[in-house]
Design a protein around this ligand. Structure first.
Ligand SMILES: Nc1ncnc2c1ncn2[C@@H]1O[C@H](COP(=O)(O)OP(=O)(O)OP(=O)(O)O)[C@@H](O)[C@H]1O
Length: 617
């Protein structure tokens, strides 16, 4: 297949959902992703398109625990698409159809992981409202929930037309909307289907719910009790997701936990498949969300997100949800109240201290059940996509597997005066010692990254992105937490401009606290350059890159490699080589590597967001 959707090259069709087709594709770095292309009749509706954008933004805030992460929402001509991690394997519906119901620890793992996923989804202020057997993917790392992040048309009849499932809660089927309790109903339906091959309406999977009291024959013990309660007609009688997890993980006495009053349902408008809900914990009033596509301030107008010196406390910690959906045209009107632009609490796991413990216990149970889902002869570790491996490793920066190739000398980036004021979970652990290969997708706290002493501006890691903001004419390099200087390397980074004018990119062989370095940069006007910085005058080679839109995610690949005749420097942008130069004149020795932003042209500054950084020998 030779189709391209946005920057993704389609490999093959994976399936058809109610709202569109799903394809296996490769991103510009060659990684496998799943791209859902929305049905054209849905994208023809501007209101639905707008909601799709907001819901995809909301979905990108959901923690990765047992969910399939949403990577990007985009528009390619008139085709709207949603990109998620690719999960190799079958969905639950196909699995049960081909191999029969699940039993034993496989069923337990399914029940726990889908509950953990719902907990993560609800904690992000989102409700799924379409959980069903085909939305549970049985990958090599265990069951994972997908299907959140796609707006659906209004009304119960439309939903039925779009493939409403037998797990749809009665209140949704009546067109009264749904809330977290509706997701609990769907969880009960998924568990019943997994154990018996029957949905709650006693039909097969994904049939419209009949809402007669379900036949629980085939379910046993705590699961039978929980599924029965979850499938209660009255949303107020259903257990909460926390109750379910407590019972399944044995964290408290089931009788006690089930006796607690269930969470009151928070009904949603009937047409809101994934509306950001008012989360239980109130938002601190001083944490405003950045607007989508934040405009530059007018002359004389105060900048709502002013650039401050490194080290100064940031009252507006950066969250992935703050990042503008730059691939989108500006929204036609203000976001509706309660939409994805509304602030959410940054400490979303912090509402109950029991939650992380439960999640930990639950994930152990899920891992125990993984082998069950593996088709015979499949090599789990070897076949998991890189992104899934990172998830399995705990979503924090980890050295990639492979031999260390650099000498064990020590780099000493300047410490805390310029260190990142991260808004992610605080950690008391020191950054681990790292050598090449190295990768950080910033889903953790971006631990150990430090600004060079010469830098000016602010920088911050949050889940899924590292944001660097350089003020007027300022330059801010941020150094990767490696324990050894690097000589030959290929760096791959994903980056986009959030606002402002300037250069941004990656560097290698940083010396003297970043004062000398090879810099591989993109300008906000779409040029690419390789700069030997620290020479007077700086030696620059630069070219325009036709069609480059820095507000969209760019994949930069920069190589620094010494040979007999000098140091070869080359730069590729979105998989295309755009520049190469050979430095024969006293090439720089081994040094630091990192990312930078550099404001220029008398503008008010430049604000860029790095989604990943990887360096290989
Ligand atoms: N990330 C993914 N990795 C692998 N396969 C996927 C992925 N996402 C979806 N699929 C496959 O594509 C099928 C259709 O997915 P889709 O999300 O469109 O289903 P749906 O929930 O029925 O659709 P809708 O949400 O539009 O009603 C799934 O059943 C699954 O087999």
């Amino acid at each position: 297949m030779n189709t391209v959707i946005g920057p993704y090259r389609v490999v093959r069709r994976l399936g058809q959902g109610g709202t569109g087709e799903v394809f296996l594709a490769r991103d510009p770095e060659g990684r496998q992703v799943a791209v859902k292309v929305l049905h054209p009749r849905l994208t023809a509706d501007p209101a639905l398109l707008q909601r799709f954008r907001q819901e995809a933004e909301a979905a990108s805030r959901v923690a990765r625990s047992c969910t399939v992460p949403v990577l990007e929402a985009g528009l390619d001509g008139d085709r709207a698409y949603l990109v998620t991690e690719y999960v190799e394997g079958q969905d639950l519906r196909r699995r049960v159809e081909s191999h029969g119901p699940l039993t034993g620890s496989g069923l337990d793992a399914l029940a726990v992981s889908t509950a953990v996923a719902l907990q993560a989804i609800h904690a992000a202020g989102v409700v799924h409202l379409d959980l069903k057997p085909s939305a549970v993917l049985l990958g090599p790392l265990g069951p994972r929930v997908t299907g959140f992040g796609v707006a659906r048309p209004a009304g119960p009849s439309d939903r039925a037309e779009e493939g409403a499932s037998s797990c749809t809660a009665p209140e949704q089927a009546r067109g009264e909307g749904g809330g977290t309790a509706s997701d609990v109903f769907a969880w009960g339906g998924v568990v019943l289907y997994a154990a018996t091959g029957r949905g709650p309406s006693t039909g097969g999977a994904d049939r419209p719910a009949g809402h007669a009291f379900p036949d629980l024959t085939g379910l046993h013990g705590a699961l039978r009790d929980l599924a029965g309660r979850a499938l209660a007609e009255d949303p107020g009688s259903r257990p909460s997701v926390q109750d379910i997890l407590r019972t399944l993980t044995g964290a408290t006495d089931p009788a006690t936990s089930l006796a607690q009053p269930p969470t009151a349902p928070a009904p949603q408008p009937p047409n809101s498949a994934l509306t950001a809900q008012a989360p239980p914990a109130p938002q601190p009033p001083n944490v405003p969300a950045l607007p989508l596509n934040p405009p530059s301030p007018a002359p004389g107008e105060a900048d709502p997100h002013p650039v401050r010196p490194a080290g100064e406390a940031d009252p507006h910690p950066v969250r992935p949800a703050d990042l503008p959906a730059a691939v989108w045209p500006p929204p036609p009107g203000p976001a509706p109240a309660g939409g994805a632009d509304d602030p959410v609490p940054s400490a979303r796991w912090g509402r109950s201290i029991a939650v992380p413990i439960l999640a930990g216990v639950a994930i152990s149970l899920v891992i125990a059940g993984i082998a069950f889902f593996m088709p015979a002869g499949e090599d789990t570790a070897g076949r998991a996509p890189a992104a899934q491996q990172a998830t399995a490793a705990g979503d924090t920066a980890q050295p990639l597997p492979g031999p260390a190739t650099e000498p064990a000398a020590t780099l000493s980036p300047s410490p805390s005066a310029t260190s990142s004021p991260s808004s992610a979970e605080p950690t008391t652990e020191p950054a681990p010692a790292r050598t090449l290969p190295f990768r950080d997708d910033f889903s953790g706290a971006g631990r150990g990254w430090t600004a060079a002493a010469s830098g000016k501006g602010r920088h911050q890691a949050s889940r899924g992105a590292y944001r660097i903001t350089a003020g007027a004419d300022a330059y801010l390099p941020v150094i990767a937490p490696l324990t050894a200087p690097v000589k030959n390397t290929t760096i791959t980074a994903k980056v986009r401009v959030l606002r402002g004018k300037g250069d941004f990119g990656v560097f290698c062989r940083g010396l003297d606290e970043g004062a000398r370095r090879y810099e591989f940069s993109i300008t906000s006007s779409g040029d690419a350059s390789i700069v030997k910085s620290g020479e007077a005058p700086a030696s620059v080679k630069h070219v325009p890159v036709p069609g480059l839109r820095p507000a969209r995610l760019i994949v930069l690949q920069a190589a620094c490699r010494s040979g007999a005749t000098g140091t070869r420097l080359s730069l590729s942008v979105n998989g295309r080589k755009v520049l190469s130069r050979l430095d024969r004149k006293q090439p720089f020795a081994s040094g630091s590597i990192g990312m930078f932003a550099h404001a220029r042209d008398g503008g008010s500054g430049v604000d860029v967001s790095f989604n990943s950084f990887e360096a290989r020998p």
